[in-house]
Write a new protein. Structure first.
Length: 267
């Protein structure tokens, strides 16, 4: 995520809390999904969001530029996902530049436009691809984590996010990445939520902090933010964030995790 918004100041809800709050709806949602999938296999629409662009810069450290890395990963993820049937894949950007007006003073407009784009193509899910940077330059912070929707307002969307995140993280660890035990939410799962300190959903509950997540929840579909690795950690940067081949590994892991969650079959 962007460096200057990386200061995590609000309380975070952890995966385990999210799970316990929505445990009841988990079972019924899964049962419904199983019934549905037997009746008519639905085509899944996945929108991949390569985080940042040349206007809304991501993190930068040594020779690493986040916006470029994220775009590589998104392309490789799309390429891999399209090996499966029953899925249509879109990208919120396909080049380095911001396709949504490139206003440097309003990253909010760009994020809103990304969600609106996903909505316009009837997304089942928006997967935002990022890499991380520790603002304290704590080089011990390493590995992958996924930010999911909080359990408020639409607990079913939190449940989808949690299971999809788990599926992706399982695949990411096969590339040698560790699960980030986030220092502000050290729950060991790498799956975290973050609440807005002031924004509310229509039912009065705390909004999700990240615009992509709260806007898509209001629009009726989940967004998850995949933070693959830390550019401030030497092992992560050298072994996972230094070459197209390494980005391809990450993209394939994301795609495999998505495919397994949606039970997609190779063509
Ligand atoms: Zn980012």
């Amino acid at each position: 995520m962007k460096t200057r918004i990386k200061k995590i100041v609000t309380a975070t809800l952890c995966f385990t809390i999210a799970f316990s709050l929505v445990a009841g709806s988990t079972i019924s949602a899964e049962a419904k999904a199983k019934k549905k999938s037997k009746a008519t296999p639905k085509n899944i629409v996945v929108v991949l969001d390569a985080g940042h662009d040349t206007t809304h810069l991501g993190c930068h450290y040594e020779n690493f530029e986040e916006g470029i890395a994220n775009l590589y990963i998104a392309y490789y993820c799309k390429q891999e996902l399209e090996k499966y049937s029953g899925v249509t894949v879109y990208m919120t950007r396909t080049g380095f530049d911001c396709p949504y007006g490139a206003n440097p003073d309003s990253s909010a407009d760009c994020l809103t436009a990304r969600v609106n784009y996903a909505k316009s193509v009837k997304a089942d899910v928006l997967v935002s691809l990022h890499n991380d940077y520790d603002p304290d330059l704590d080089k011990s912070q390493n590995g992958a984590k996924v930010i999911i929707p909080n359990p408020n307002y639409r607990p079913d969307i939190c449940v989808t996010g949690a299971y999809l995140a788990k599926s992706i993280l399982t695949q990411l660890t096969t590339t040698g990445l560790e699960i980030n035990d986030w220092k502000l939410c050290p729950n060991g799962t790498g799956i975290v939520t973050r609440d807005s300190s002031s924004g509310k959903y229509p039912d009065g509950s705390a909004k999700d902090y990240y615009a992509l997540i709260n806007k898509s929840k209001t629009a009726g579909f989940p967004t998850i933010i995949v933070e693959h690795a830390f550019c401030t950690n030497e092992s992560d940067r050298v072994n996972h964030l230094s070459s197209p081949e390494q980005y391809q590994q990450l993209g394939i892991a994301d795609a495999t995790g998505i495919a397994q969650y949606y039970n997609l079959k190779l063509k």
